[in-house]
Design a protein around this ligand. Structure first.
Ligand SMILES: [Fe+2]
Ligand SMILES: [Fe+2]
Length: 283
């Protein structure tokens, strides 16, 4: 059932050239000793509770604190989401299913993800904390089939790309936050190009009979991943009372759901094209 997850030679060549010419160093980042607590650490309009009653109830100090705790939660989500991706790449290296260029790109991909994880971990450890993400825990050697691996990779990367773009462009945020998001986005655009093609090939290789089960799994996985954008521990660390109740209310709130829909729009379109999600329900 499984065949090569190697995108076309043209794409591999472009990705390798992009990685070689786009190489950057963590030493080039200027880490401030502390972040200014009066400044937004991430874009307020994209905080999970923005537009909900919990937002109205929070004072300015709590809101700004939340902009840091939710940024650390977002970086933690990316960091933990990239761990199974890195493990999956290692398991696929030099397995005899790829040509020279495709093999080489996997090494660039792995090296870039490793650097991203150091960068996100450094930010979280310096200015707040790394949040555990038990749902994304590693379970030994990657047992996933190619489609599930491809979906997991694309979900963390495409949703991340959206927030990277928002934070990189927001002039209210500290330079270190904008820089991290801009650097990450640059590498991730290549990873997503690879991941889209790899997932297309993986879906083309599965039996038609396997699709309904994969669709159910993908639908649940995507929903849970978007719900991870509201993290009860990050709410609690910002000083929001009753964080679990607030999280439950936020997940059901139209403002949060509209933001999720916007952040995931390209991903959802791609997954629907591949018949990995149910078509939208008619109104
Ligand atoms: Fe990354
Ligand atoms: Fe990536």
């Amino acid at each position: 059932m499984v065949r090569s997850m190697s995108p076309s030679a043209d794409l591999d060549g472009r990705l390798v050239r992009g990685s070689v010419s786009g190489v950057w160093s963590l030493d080039g980042l200027a880490w401030p000793d502390a972040l200014d607590r009066d400044q937004w650490a991430s874009s307020p309009e994209w905080l999970s509770i923005f537009g909900t009653p919990a937002w109205e109830a929070a004072d300015e100090r709590t809101r700004k604190r939340l902009s840091l705790t939710e940024l650390a939660a977002f970086f933690s989500l990316t960091l933990h989401g990239e761990r199974p991706l890195v493990a999956g790449l290692v398991h696929r290296m030099h397995d005899g299913r790829r040509d020279r260029l495709a093999s080489r790109y996997l090494h660039h991909f792995l090296e870039e993800e490793s650097r991203h994880m150091v960068m996100f971990g450094e930010f979280c450890d310096r200015y707040h904390r790394v949040y555990p993400m038990p749902r994304l825990a590693l379970g030994g050697p990657d047992p996933d089939d190619e489609v599930r691996f491809g979906v997991r990779a694309l979900v963390v990367e495409e949703v991340g790309l959206h927030f990277n773009a928002v934070y990189a462009a927001d002039e209210r945020l500290p330079p270190i936050v904008r820089q991290i998001n801009a650097l990450h986005r640059r590498d991730e655009l290549r990873h997503v190009a690879w991941g889209r093609e790899a997932l297309r090939e993986a879906v083309a290789a599965v039996d038609e009979d396997a699709l309904p089960k994969l669709r159910r799994w993908t639908t649940t996985y995507l929903r849970q991943s978007l719900e991870d954008l509201c993290n009860a521990r990050a709410l609690a660390d910002a000083g929001i009372p009753e964080p679990h109740e607030v999280r439950a209310a936020t997940l059901a709130h139209p403002a949060f759901r509209a933001r999720c829909a916007e952040a995931a729009a390209p991903l959802v379109a791609r997954l629907r094209d591949l018949r990995l999600l149910e078509p939208p329900e008619s109104p």
